[in-house]
Design a protein around this ligand. Sequence first.
Ligand SMILES: Cc1cc2nc3c(=O)[nH]c(=O)nc-3n(C[C@H](O)[C@H](O)[C@H](O)COP(=O)(O)O)c2cc1C
Length: 156
Amino acid sequence: MKDMNPDDISGEYREHTLTYQDGTQRKVLVTETETPLPDGRLIVSRTDLNGIITEVNQSFVEMSAYQKDELIGMPHYILRHPDMPAAAFKGLWETVQKREKWHGYVKNLRKDGGFYWVYATVIANIRHNEIVGFTSVRRKPSRSKVTEAEALYQTL
Ligand SMILES: Cc1cc2nc3c(=O)[nH]c(=O)nc-3n(C[C@H](O)[C@H](O)[C@H](O)COP(=O)(O)O)c2cc1C
């Protein structure tokens, strides 16, 4: 995946190099600007078995600041924020591979370098008793849970 482009970033940023599970790396540019998810808004996406995005809804597009065609076909780690511990996603993948529901608090990285917090529920999509992909539905988390998650993730 291409490095983030300084021209897309609004305001001062810091640079991180992320290394993903598939061994690839990308330079990400991160600001301190939070975009809160409005109450009642649901962000939905689907992936294939490998976590490649196959479908997104309009709230996903708006909150991520990417265009829809920049998202479809990309790995879901396009949203990975450097403040998120790898352990959180390891737990997600282990849980959904077992066909169990995963819930968690996730800090996501926007195309403009800003971030947004979500409370995500991820499930496996089963057809004819086979996993054919995964779906995530996210809603606004409470501020107190975000504060707890921030503290926990700093320790991991
Ligand atoms: C349905 C589904 C939704 C996901 N949503 C996100 C997400 O919103 N943000 C994110 O950083 N990772 C999300 N992931 C996890 C990524 O696939 C990936 O594991 C994570 O970004 C960490 O990248 P890495 O495992 O390559 O290090 C999702 C995975 C699935 C299956």
